[in-house]
Design a protein around this ligand. Structure first.
Ligand SMILES: *[C@@H]1O[C@H](CO)[C@@H](O)[C@H](O)[C@H]1NC(C)=O
Ligand SMILES: *[C@@H]1O[C@H](CO)[C@@H](O)[C@H](O)[C@H]1NC(C)=O
Length: 428
């Protein structure tokens, strides 16, 4: 049947343009059907590795426990002969290694100051239904619907454009406005071998499915042109990526300014996971409530000085895995810019600013239990030690929509509140 149609088309092509166009329409209808289905299934096959065990999460996710050596990372040409490192050679904070608290719960005390409560929080929803065996890694299974939500099979799990990054040193307002990405961040420039922060976890409202709201750490190397290297981790709400409005742990990397390389989570090969408890892309629970209990997660990313791999730790003891040095160019040496804070997409779909929230949806001046915070922000310096950054600056494209405010004190070290509601009388 197809051959007949194509032959017919070839004949028609000899005739004037109108018939050629008809012919093109027939061909694309054909390829829009079964070929796309086959491509989607092939892509799912590439992403979803055969599990040893699967766990159904209350949020609808399926978590596959995949043997560590069969995870997506090893599809990468650079990593074909890679020997998995199950633990880092070096840790900038070995001393506190016995601590295994993953998240903490903070309650306001009578004087309104945060007080730390000992608390073993459930960190991911799927934990209520099972565990992954040792030697496996939990991977959120990608479903057909996940891929079909993306504009193309290739774009699923990728960032849309290279200008999604806050460019504090040379701001092009026209560009950032056009692109619709808005930030409220704190940043430090220098020569860094890692970064750490404890970030408040919230569930900001998303106005349009193709918008998102995230809070994260960025480690950047290279220029803002096509060679930018970036490692990112934090929490995000992204209906397009996950099909729901849950707050999820995510990671991201690129070595060419968000063009061909890199992706979220384990949606392409790159990050090598070694931990059997945390599913990257999994929902985080519980989350903070306005004027109520506050929950936060701690993320540390650092470079192994011997092998050059970039490791990530979640909480104070869970080493999740690493980005092999071979993925990067500039980051093979060090990061030149660290950013902490929030980012949202404003599609301005009805000609007004989006109501998608950043952080808790409240402005920084609201303070503890109302606005979202990052506390104890630190960098890993040239001597591979954790310390407070010497100079920090803030950046926000439109402070009337989303803002940031820094502070410093004993318990919280360098910290800041950030976020906002988006559209409001001052941000039309
Ligand atoms: C992996 O090892 C095989 C066999 O030793 C070798 O032929 C191949 O070139 C290696 N590939 C890489 C990417 O190093
Ligand atoms: C996400 O939240 C928005 C409102 O903020 C709602 O319209 C939408 O239906 C929700 N999406 C899902 C998948 O629950």
């Amino acid at each position: 049947m197809m051959q007949v149609k194509l032959f017919f088309c070839l004949l028609l092509l000899l005739y004037p343009f109108t018939t050629a166009r008809l012919c093109y329409a027939a061909r694309s209808r054909f390829s829009g059907g079964s070929r796309k289905t086959v491509e989607v299934l092939n892509h799912l096959d590439r992403l979803n590795k055969p599990p040893i065990k699967s766990i159904k999460s209350p949020d609808g996710d399926i978590i596959d426990c995949v043997h560590m050596s069969r995870q997506p990372a090893f599809d990468h040409a650079f990593l074909k002969n890679h020997t998995i490192k199950t633990r880092p050679n070096y840790h900038p904070n070995w001393i506190n290694n016995d601590e295994i608290k993953v998240s903490s719960k903070l309650n306001p005390s009578k004087d309104g100051q945060p007080s730390l409560e000992k608390h073993e929080a459930i960190t991911q929803l799927w934990h209520s239904n099972g565990k992954c065996p040792k030697g496996t890694v939990p991977i959120r299974r990608t479903k057909k619907e996940d891929i079909l939500r993306a504009s193309s099979i290739k774009s699923y799990g990728k960032k849309k454009s290279f200008s999604t990054l806050a460019q504090p040193s040379s701001i092009d307002l026209d560009l950032t406005n056009q692109n619709g990405h808005q930030h409220a961040i704190v940043y430090a420039e220098g020569q860094f071998y890692g970064a750490k922060a404890t970030m408040n976890v919230w569930n900001p409202k998303i106005n349009q499915p193709n918008e998102f709201s995230l809070s994260q750490i960025w480690l950047l190397g290279g220029s803002f042109a096509s060679d930018l290297n970036s490692i990112e981790a934090g929490w995000q709400v992204s209906p397009d990526l996950y099909g729901d409005n849950n707050t999820r742990l995510f990671i991201y990397w690129t070595s060419d300014a968000y063009q061909a390389t890199g992706c979220y989570n384990l949606l392409c090969s790159g990050f090598i996971q070694v931990n059997n408890e945390i599913a990257i892309g999994g929902s985080i629970s519980p989350i903070s409530h306005y004027d109520g209990s506050q929950y936060d997660i701690t993320i540390l990313i650092w470079k192994d000085p011997d092998e050059g791999n970039w490791w990530m730790q979640f909480g104070n003891g869970k080493v999740l895995g690493y980005w092999p040095a071979t993925l990067f160019s500039y980051l093979t040496d060090s990061a030149s810019l660290i950013e902490w804070g929030g980012e949202v997409v404003n599609t301005a779909s009805d000609g007004q600013h989006t109501t998608t929230q950043m952080g808790s949806g409240e402005f920084p001046q609201e303070g503890f239990t109302k606005a979202s915070y990052f506390r104890n922000i630190q960098v890993v310096d040239e001597s591979n030690s954790l310390r407070a950054p010497k100079d920090i600056s803030t950046f926000s494209e439109q402070p009337n929509c989303y803002d940031v405010k820094t502070g410093s004190n004993g318990n919280w070290g360098n910290h800041f509140y950030y976020g906002g509601p988006g559209r409001n009388p001052k941000c039309p």
